[in-house]
Design a protein around this ligand. Structure first.
Ligand SMILES: Cc1cc2nc3c(=O)[nH]c(=O)nc-3n(C[C@H](O)[C@H](O)[C@H](O)COP(=O)(O)OP(=O)(O)OC[C@H]3O[C@@H](n4cnc5c(N)ncnc54)[C@H](O)[C@@H]3O)c2cc1C
Length: 508
């Protein structure tokens, strides 16, 4: 099948919403190719565009039937909620620039978020807890002044009080090696009990599966990154206490009373996946979907990539944006040097599963509570999405199951998992019974093209593995959020594309 550019754009849009398999035309022969980019997420697409802008001939191979990777919008659910990358914030200069280059509008949600805050309900052991009475609640495990802290603020308070270093931008510097310990060890060293850590860190965790498997260095940098992004902390915080609605207020006009001046809680208009789709439409070379990479071979002067259908693609260099959680299933020849090999095979990834629910009737008006919830049960976090025409309209609810809870709900399988979520909802909120439908569900953990969500440095891994992680291996180069050092998430993906593009351009 041969497609012209206009057809290609149309087909990328269609592919985002359908499961149809598609293969786009080859426009360059292997002999003419300079670079093969593996992965059409933000980092792969940005690398491909930068290399093309510098005169190289590039082919992008993507395993899924859509572009965007961990940026994934549900175009068939009311409001187009996000399954992946949610919001950008003040320090996301590369994302804003990428949106400008691709003609995608950044919408600032801050006015809507601050204009109609709904708060979130707190459920513990199936019972609703009045947050005003938390300090004296019998299940409050915290001590002293920390008893005032709600579970989702406790660990941040502990980090602020006890973090042993302030040079957070250089979190990966070998001089901080002594802090490359588990968050669990850090918290217990400051008097925390297992009960406190379970409630105040492990429940609805943001990094790792439990406090045992995340390095204090990564945790500290991630918290710092949120602070750099000022109030946008709410939109991508470890509590997930965000509503992430869409609005139509341009970035420059975020002057609503009550909104911190200049605060950006940004999304890309029409759904975040519009950005990678628009970037893909700007590529000059091939973008081949449904191409699962199974092997990469490299020499000092060339490289090749083999896909599951047996086809071998050859070029002068390969840029690999695959998360290490999936790269570990790919045969790399020759093997990378031992530390990099170990990084590919052991870097951690947080388990996350989401359920997107649509309410037939706003049951929260019947029980008088906020639809948003922080629970210690299977529902994890429930985030109301406000992507409607009106600021206060709730278009869907997102259930975020993270860490051990994500692994737990995955064990049920899709259909039983949906039933679990609906019955748990009805248990906690009887008014929701019969009022909710599961419009979509996605496990990033069982998704073969992510096999987990964002990367987690386990204790000791920052010191042992980070420096070797993204080193070029002959003509094989690495990008992706897991390789970023100065930023995180979507911005980290673009940061890594900048670095890898320079590496490739200077080596060819
Ligand atoms: C639930 C969730 C919420 C998030 N919230 C935020 C947020 O609010 N703010 C923020 O900044 N970031 C957020 N992120 C993180 C952000 O989305 C990612 O860091 C970023 O999109 C990663 O981009 P990437 O290019 O590094 O990787 P990816 O997008 O994963 O791209 C890698 C590509 O490689 C492809 N691939 C994998 N294996 C193969 C194979 N064998 N063959 C061929 N192709 C393959 C994948 O399909 C994918 O397209 C969130 C992520 C998730 C999932």
């Amino acid at each position: 099948m041969s497609l012209n550019r206009r057809q290609f754009v149309a087909s990328s849009v269609a592919l985002a919403t359908t499961a149809s398999a598609s293969r786009l035309a080859y426009t360059a022969t292997d002999k003419e190719l300079d670079v093969i980019v593996i992965g059409a997420g933000l980092s792969g697409l940005e690398s491909a565009l930068t290399l093309e802008e510098n005169g190289l001939r590039v082919r992008v191979l993507e395993g899924r039937n859509r572009v965007g990777g961990r940026v994934y919008s549900l175009f068939d659910v009311p409001g187009n909620p996000e399954v992946g990358g949610n919001t950008i914030a003040n320090a996301y200069g590369r994302c804003i620039a990428a949106a400008n280059r691709s003609g995608v509008e950044v919408v600032n949600l801050a006015p809507r978020l601050f204009g109609s805050r709904l708060g979130q309900e707190f459920f513990l052991g199936g019972e609703r807890v009045d947050t005003r009475a938390w300090e004296t609640h019998p299940r409050n495990p915290f001590q002293g002044e920390m008893r005032q802290k709600l579970p989702w603020t406790w660990s941040d308070a502990m980090f602020q009080k006890h973090l042993p270093f302030t040079d957070l931008e250089n979190w990966h510097d070998p001089k901080h090696a002594k802090h490359d310990i588990s968050v669990h060890d850090f918290l217990t060293a400051h008097g925390a009990t297992n009960e406190m850590i379970d409630l105040g860190f492990n429940t609805n965790i943001a990094y790792g599966t439990t406090a045992y498997d995340v390095s204090l260095l990564q945790q500290a940098f991630s918290d710092y990154w949120q602070k750099v992004n000022r109030g946008a902390i709410m939109a991508f915080s470890r509590t997930g206490a965000s509503n992430a609605p869409a609005g139509n207020t341009p970035v420059a006009q975020a002057t609503t009373p009550g909104v911190p001046p200049g605060l950006l809680v940004g999304v890309f208009k029409g759904g975040n996946q519009r950005l990678p789709m628009a970037m893909a439409a700007r590529l000059k070379g091939d973008l081949l979907l449904n191409q699962t990479v199974v092997a990469i071979d490299t020499t000092p002067g060339s490289a090749s990539v083999t896909t599951a259908d047996g086809r071998v693609h050859r070029a002068k260099a390969v840029v690999c944006s695959m998360p290490f959680s999936t790269l570990r299933n790919v045969a790399i020849t020759p093997l990378p040097e031992p530390t990099q090999h170990k990084a590919i095979h052991t870097l951690g990834y947080i388990p996350i599963t989401q359920f997107h629910l649509v309410a037939k009737r706003p049951f929260w008006e019947n029980d008088g509570l906020s639809p948003g919830m922080w629970t210690d049960g299977p529902l994890g976090l429930v985030l109301p999405q406000r992507f409607g025409a009106r600021d206060d309209e709730i278009t869907s609810l997102t259930v975020w199951c993270r860490g051990l809870n994500g692994l737990y709900v995955d064990r049920f399988g899709v259909e039983a998992g949906k039933q679990l979520v609906l019955s748990e909802f009805a248990r906690l909120r009887p008014a929701s019974k019969g009022q909710l439908e599961v419009a979509a569900t996605h496990s990033w953990t069982t998704d073969p093209f992510s096999a987990g969500d964002w990367a987690i440095f386990k204790p000791g891994q920052v010191t042992e593995l980070r420096a070797a992680l993204a080193k070029p291996h002959q003509r094989l180069f690495f990008c992706g959020e897991h390789t970023s050092v100065g930023s995180r998430g979507m911005e980290g993906a673009l940061e890594s594309a900048e670095r890898v593009s320079l590496e490739v351009l200077t080596s060819l």
